[in-house]
Design a binder for this molecule. Structure first.
Ligand SMILES: [Fe+2]
Ligand SMILES: [Fe+2]
Length: 220
């Protein structure tokens, strides 16, 4: 099995991530490039560790996290399917068959209505991906334009986002600090309710409840 650091230095993967960064910037989307890929990889690996799962699963979660959005440069709508197939094309001989299929399933599953978790890797990928809300994801530099786009407003207003595993209480909690002068919390729910439902399903698969704390108020 290749390591996460080998995958993140693979020239083809890096190019797909870079192409995705350009394509998403052209669509005026938030960052789906290197910053997001690395963050989701690291967050996924840490979640696996905090859940007390194996080192191998941590490595698979990091690989899936780094590659999960690399299909976006081909199509936004089906990026999860394309990402999974691209992964297979690059790495089919570099990982064991069950590792390839675990990562493919996790990538293909991360952005679907009929979300179906078959491994801790796929559940952790959703938690790591959907919890990435942060000012640094906003690529727009014109503040007036930022104010006009709800996704940009929410990300820009988010000063801090942390996800923590409480093994005793069996709860995975996302904690956000949102500048309510810039974006009312209601707007967060307008856009993020679906993502929070995905996170709840992922946590449930792992045998945990999902909690959400915004500006010190526990909402879930
Ligand atoms: Fe995605
Ligand atoms: Fe993503």
């Amino acid at each position: 099995m290749l390591t996460y650091s080998e995958v993140k230095n693979n020239a083809q993967v890096l190019n797909f991530v870079k192409q995705t960064e350009t394509a998403m910037a052209a669509l005026e989307y938030t960052n789906h490039g290197l910053r997001h890929a690395e963050l989701v990889a690291e967050r996924g690996k840490k979640l696996i560790k905090d859940l007390g799962l194996s080192k191998e699963e941590g490595e698979l979660a990091a690989v899936a996290g780094f590659c999960h959005d690399m299909g976006n440069f081909m199509t936004r709508t089906y990026h999860h399917y394309y990402g999974a197939l691209l992964f297979h094309q690059i790495f089919q001989d570099k990982f064991a068959p069950e590792e390839v299929s675990t990562i493919m399933q996790a990538i293909a599953n991360h952005d679907k209505d009929e979300m179906n978790f078959t491994s801790a890797v796929s559940a952790v990928l959703v938690l790591a991906d959907k919890s990435d809300v942060d000012r640094s994801r906003v690529t727009e530099t014109d503040i007036e334009k930022v104010k006009k786009d709800i996704h940009d407003r929410i990300n820009f207003a988010t000063r801090e986002s942390k996800i923590k595993v409480d093994k005793q209480k069996k709860r995975i909690t996302l904690t956000l600090k949102i500048d309510t002068n810039f974006c009312p919390i209601m707007e967060y729910f307008e856009v993020f309710t679906e993502r929070m439902v995905f996170c709840r399903k992922a946590a449930q698969f792992l045998g945990y409840d999902f909690g959400l704390v915004i500006n010190k108020f526990r909402l879930l």
